[in-house]
Design a protein around this ligand. Structure first.
Ligand SMILES: Nc1ncnc2c1ncn2[C@@H]1O[C@H](COP(=O)(O)OP(=O)(O)OP(=O)(O)O)[C@@H](O)[C@H]1O
Ligand SMILES: [Mg+2]
Length: 496
């Protein structure tokens, strides 16, 4: 293996730093002998406590951690024993996950310490290696962790604390409960899932939640914005390239799929992928291999694929804009993320959550909206969904430090969108509104009403609405109302 431990620019040029933590001096020495020739800069600590002090110093944590030597370079990877005097490896891991989540931690376990290894993985260790280990396998594992470390440095990979996305997915409505159940099931499988929903509904959050709950949780979650990569760079970004593959390829570089080894690739905005590139993605998904630009051999990959789009992909397929084979490959399990207007009952909880977050960040004493204000919010169509609500509360919190959010704090578009709560029929007070958004909302409300009255029976609901059944079924599908219809009772079984 060549010493390719420095990455290409700026801060990226400093060597990779590994902190070895073990109470046995001889073990540290042998690891150092293995790693130093690969170009790694090595730091050592004989116990968890010293290691924590070094980490604290390296990230500039003040107070209490002053017993470390002066300048400590940023640490990229920690390789740590579990059982040590002072603080244990698990204590160290907890500390690192809390204060320096971008550091990858590889844990060393003695033969038979299975429970400890499992605990370490749960806490977010990258992997564990059983002692005594085989040097080539050991180096391979370190090189893999190094790939992630490079991405952390480039800011292309952000590690969120484990469990965060699921906890963040606020909502108690039936549709959200169903979504969370589905996330739980999907996390247990390795199936490819296509996450569908309007802009700002939380598709990326759902993808992260699936990854976080899955056995792949300690490996990378790599978002790829399919529409944002120039066509000419697509292969090198996704599959990597070898040094000298093209002008400017001054070093071998791993692509997204390689970084995601063992983890999850999130193909975001998959609907924006140009046709020429769709076929390349299809090949990777079919064969689970990819070929770095300029490499002579394809690499076998182990990754899970989640994709998302706000587009109606089946329509894009009908219109010839999206490959049918790729669509079926991705759409193994469709996951519909409801719009905010489909779950008005969650508005209160979402407001409370965002207000509490703003108060925490800004040390303010803002209170969530009262009934009147919530009512106005429920009448609004929320074209930007949860993201729009989050931004709204952020804006209000800048202007107001305390007391409840009231109708007066709402922007005029919200105050003036006075579609009456009782449907159908518009009230005389309607002054200005976005017609399309309102019609959409009205359509959703009426279909929900009809479905409720018919206990989920689409034949009856279509009669109530004066639609033919096929049109209603299509609308239910397009508007993401299927989970709602299913929640109302047995209905009739039908497959889309
Ligand atoms: N159910 C939810 N509870 C709390 N916050 C949420 C929820 N859904 C989304 N958010 C927040 O709303 C914002 C938008 O979410 P996210 O980026 O996942 O949406 P998206 O569907 O991927 O949007 P886009 O289509 O624009 O990419 C994020 O800040 C996210 O944390
Ligand atoms: Mg998104």
């Amino acid at each position: 293996m060549s010493p390719t431990t420095a990455v290409t620019s700026g801060d990226e040029l400093r060597p990779m730093t590994i902190l070895l933590v073990d109470d046995e001096w001889a073990l540290r020495a042998s690891l150092r002998r293995l790693l130093a020739p690969e170009g790694f800069q090595i730091l050592e600590a004989p116990d968890g406590r010293t290691a924590m002090a070094l980490v604290a110093r390296s990230i500039g944590l003040p107070s209490g951690w002053a017993d470390a030597p002066q300048a400590v370079p940023p640490i990229d990877i920690i390789i740590s024993d579990l059982r040590m005097p002072e603080a244990s490896g698990l204590d160290l891991l907890r500390f690192v996950r809390e204060h320096a989540p971008e550091i990858e931690v590889i844990v060393l376990t003695a033969y038979g310490e299975v429970a400890d290894a499992v605990a370490a993985l749960k806490l977010g260790a990258y992997n564990f290696l059983e002692k005594p280990f085989d040097p080539p396998a050991f180096l391979l594992e370190v090189k893999r962790a190094q790939l992630l470390a490079v991405e952390h440095r480039r800011g292309r990979l952000v590690r969120a604390p484990v469990g965060e996305a699921m906890a963040r997915l606020v909502g108690d409505s039936i549709v959200m409960q169903e979504l969370k159940t589905l996330i739980g099931r999907l996390a247990q499988s390795d199936a490819t899932a296509l996450i569908l929903g309007d802009s700002g509904t939380g598709k990326e959050l759902v993808a992260r939640a699936i990854h976080e709950r899955s056995p792949r949780r300690n490996r990378a979650f790599v978002p790829v914005h399919c529409g944002a990569i120039p066509e000419s760079l697509f292969e090198s970004e996704l599959f990597g390239h070898v040094k000298g593959a093209f002008t400017g390829a001054t070093a071998t570089r791993a692509g997204h799929f390689e970084v995601a080894e063992g983890g999850t690739v999130f193909l975001d905005e998959i609907g924006e992928t140009p046709p020429a590139l769709q076929v390349k993605l299809l090949r990777v998904l079919q064969e689970r291999t990819y070929q770095p630009v300029g490499a002579s051999k394809a690499k076998k990959g182990d990754f899970r694929v989640l994709a998302a789009t706000h587009r109606d992909l089946s329509r894009a397929v009908r219109e010839g804009k999206f490959r049918e084979d790729l669509f079926y490959r991705l759409n193994v399990v469709p996951v519909l993320v409801p719009t905010l207007r489909e779950r008005p009952e969650d508005l209160q909880l979402l407001c409370e959550t965002f207000v509490a977050e703003r108060n925490r960040d800004r040390e303010t004493k803002l209170l969530p909206p009262g009934d009147e204000c919530l009512e106005a919010m429920r009448r609004y169509s929320w074209p930007g969904n949860v993201r729009e609500l989050e931004h709204l509360i952020e804006r209000i919190s800048v202007l107001k430090d305390s007391g409840p959010i009231t109708v007066e704090d709402l922007p005029s578009v919200l105050r003036e969108t006075v579609l009456p709560a009782a449907l159908p029929g518009f009230g005389a007070e309607a002054r200005s509104m976005n017609l399309n958004a309102e019609l959409n909302r009205l359509e959703v409300e009426l279909i929900r009403l009809a479905l409720k009255q018919s206990h989920g029976n689409k034949n009856r609901a279509s009669q109530i609405l004066g639609l033919n059944r096929t049109t209603l079924v299509e609308k239910i599908k397009r508007l993401g109302l299927q989970p709602f219809a299913d929640s109302l009772g047995p209905g009739e079984k039908e497959a889309f």
